[in-house]
Design a protein around this ligand. Sequence first.
Ligand code: FES
Length: 135
Amino acid sequence: MLAETHGDVYLAHFGVPIGVCEIPPGKWLQFELEGSPVFVRHRMAGEGSDTGESMSEAQSPTEVLESNVLIALSGICPHAGCRVTPGVIKSNGFLCPCHGSEFDVHGQVVKGPAKENLARVPHQISEAGLVFHRK
Ligand code: FES
């Protein structure tokens, strides 16, 4: 099933594959997952990950997707539940407009008042596309 969009936002449901063919490296794609914002991106070559691994420059987009370097983060700030905005701070991370919390590209809090990271959203890539799962 091809992704249904509302502006630049892809509409998604848990357990239903969405045919997002390409997620450009470094760019956040926004999904509205059953009423809640989710941001997905795949890490750029050489960027590394929050586990200390780094990607090979030789990976093709398909290999990137298969090697599970996509990151899917909830767009809800853990401080008081506002929606965060991606890509507006220097690190390409997230800013919460309500009280100014900032999160890096891995969703880790770098500036409070939030004390917790953005929640990860379980997901997988199937032949039919990207599938989000409930925790
Ligand atoms: S709700 Fe995000 S910083 Fe308060």
